[in-house]
Ligand binder design. Structure first.
Ligand code: GCB
Length: 599
């Protein structure tokens, strides 16, 4: 197996790649008969589907289908790959996947937004095409993360309860959402690199750990510009420290990246090499401030979604490039990967463009009033997804914080049977234990970044206690106090002051916003209009500006996005975007640009 590392695939003098993106064969399997009928060899009635892409917006009969579906493709391997290890890497399969190569099951994976890799050298043929088949399903099961709704009832908020049933409002897109790659690597190869940077005066200190597969016990080199260190491997791993005098520290203003190259070499021959771009920076919390390179930062920006017409949640690089352009245009320095990890390329772009990222796992819709069994299963799922996320994203300077959950809550599973006081207390304690475990695990995996939890309005305050930064989503003036913006601002101000008093930690409002139908206007401002969105945002930003302890304000949302069908979401859309789904600015976009850029 390829080890625990999730380094981004690379082509260089020792490594090669085949990107299997393109048209694959596709067939839904609602009866689950494909495996017994050996569909992993041949699909009986396939149609073509692009990979990567969600299937839901392509075929009418697949629109709300979340069950099992088959993907199949064929690939010839170059003869030059013989003698190397071949690894199959799936960028993201939402939610559960099983993979066959030439009829043999090679791996299974759970968790919809993170990559997985498996060595397939043994299963490959060199004299004919190889058949790769992958099943994907995205059934909303209660034990998953994000959890599906409890049996018999759906919906997160009363307003969003809809079809398909989910515990959140975004559309549960399904499919092979990112690239599938074949990677050829040397038998003994670099499996993982962990980089931690610190600052001493004007110098950058780059500490690295390298892990290999194949029990490498030789030597190697690490190089950054013209600075070099020797690596001596024992039991497959080595460590080194590089000092960069007068370093350029990574920041939104100067997102300077250094290329770090690690090489396995006996001094003459190179057996493997891998390069990655790193930023030298520190991130820390002190009192109520977040410090980047020792200086306080305030986050401006948005909660986002990976969502676009037709491609759904499939990798859409044109959309992402446009989004980064718009983030710059509007003067935002940050966003949150609500409510699941975004593509690896998108994290690389954040590094290059100096965007600060709150990196969130797909733990949205957790309800601690559900059974202990469900909580236990969700904890296991959360932990394994976190291991993968940190393995994938730990070297990105742009990731400044991990987020363990969005709006966990305590809600009676049956809305007609409210929880008793002891039941509610028990549920809150179950959540406290859950987050204690997750916090400790995240800290063990990466002790270099603050960890946060995003709390829901009216949710238990004690869940924030564990965490380094207090993130809250608030909708005074929308879900509560609709139409009463002055009153809403007062309630917000009072709550922020209380939170600051109670915790003395940095506070970020990670969501605040109003559904806004583009082109709808009113005077005086009324709900759903562009004027109302502007006035709502103005109030919130003013309240924050009067409170120097506030560490950031992220508007919900960057752009309008697809939701499930229901009475709370007109046209199957969440209209809280500052941009429309096709990225046209609403009035609020111009307002925020003035606020954030001074232009
Ligand atoms: C929230 C959720 C977000 C929803 C938003 C809304 O609190 O975190 O996923 O889209 O509210 O618009 O209701």
């Amino acid at each position: 197996s390829p080890g625990q590392g999730l380094l981004y695939p690379q082509r260089n003098e020792t490594r090669d790649l085949i990107d299997l993106s393109g048209l694959w064969q596709f067939q839904m399997d609602p009866q689950g008969e494909g495996e017994a009928q050996r569909w992993f060899r041949k699909l009986p009635a396939p149609r073509m589907i692009p990979v990567p892409c969600s299937w839901n917006d392509l075929f009418d009969d697949a629109h709300t289908y979340l069950g099992l579906a088959w993907y199949r493709t064929e690939v010839w391997l170059p003869s030059g790959w013989r003698g190397r290890r071949v690894i199959l890497r799936v960028g993201s399969a939402t939610y559960a996947a099983k993979v066959w190569v030439n009829g043999t099951v090679v791996t299974e994976h759970h968790g919809g937004n993170l990559p997985f890799a498996v060595e397939i050298t043994e299963q490959l043929a060199w004299d004919r095409t190889n058949v790769v088949a992958i099943t994907v399903e995205n059934e909303p099961r209660p034990e998953r993360v994000p959890p599906g709704p409890p049996p018999g009832g759906g919906g997160v908020l009363g307003v969003a309860a809809g079809f398909p049933g989910t515990t959140y409002d975004f559309f549960p897109y399904a499919g092979l959402h990112r690239q599938v790659w074949l990677c050829a690597v040397p038998t003994v190869h670099i499996d993982d690199i962990t980089v931690v940077t610190t600052i001493e005066g004007g110098d950058g200190i780059v500490s690295l750990k390298v892990a290999t597969v194949g029990g490498y016990a030789g030597t190697g080199k690490a190089r950054l510009d013209d600075i070099e260190a020797d690596l001596g491997f024992r039991a497959g791993t080595a460590e080194a420290i590089l000092r960069v005098p007068g370093a350029r520290f990574w920041s939104p203003r100067d997102p300077h990246l250094y290329t770090l190259t690690v090489t396995l070499t006996d001094g003459v021959q190179i057996s493997d090499t891998y390069s990655l771009d790193i930023g030298i920076r520190t991130i820390a919390v002190r009192g109520d401030q977040i410090l980047l390179n020792g200086q306080p930062i305030k986050l401006t920006g948005f909660g986002k979604h990976e969502d676009f017409a037709l491609t759904g949640r499939g990798l859409n690089l044109p959309m992402w490039i446009r989004d980064y352009e718009l983030l710059r245009w509007i003067g935002a320095n940050s966003y949150r990967t609500s409510h699941y990890p975004y593509p690896e390329e998108v994290m690389q772009l954040a590094d290059q463009r100096g965007v600060l990222v709150i990196n969130e796992i797909p733990a949205v819709g957790l309800n601690f009033a559900d059974t202990e069994d469900l909580t236990r299963l969700r904890l296991a799922e959360t932990r394994s997804q976190f291991r993968e996320l940190i393995a994938r994203d730990k070297n990105h300077p742009s990731t400044i914080m991990w987020c363990v959950a969005n709006e966990p809550l305590v809600r009676p599973p049956d809305k007609d049977a409210p929880l008793s006081q002891p039941q509610e207390q028990k549920a809150i304690e179950a959540g406290t234990r859950f987050f204690q475990h997750v916090y400790d695990e995240v800290n063990r995996l990466d002790g270099t970044r603050p960890v946060t939890l995003v709390g829901v309005g009216g949710g238990p305050r004690e869940w924030h206690e564990r965490f380094d930064v207090i993130c809250i989503n608030r909708y005074y003036g929308w879900y509560a106090l609709g139409g009463r913006l002055d009153q809403a601002a007062q309630v917000l101000a009072r709550e922020l002051d209380e939170l600051h008093q109670a915790f003395g930690k940095p506070i970020i409002v990670t969501e605040f916003g109003t559904d806004t139908l583009p082109g709808t206007h009113s005077l005086p401002p009324e709900m759903w209009t562009e004027e109302y969105q502007v006035e709502f945002l103005r109030r919130y930003l003013d309240v924050a500006a009067q409170r120097p302890f506030m560490a950031g304000m992220q508007v919900w949302a960057f752009a309008d996005f697809r939701t499930v069908q229901g009475v709370g979401r007109a046209g199957g859309m969440n209209f809280k975007g500052v941009f429309t789904r096709d990225r046209r600015p609403k009035m609020a976009a111009h307002f925020l640009r003035k606020q954030w850029t001074g232009m």
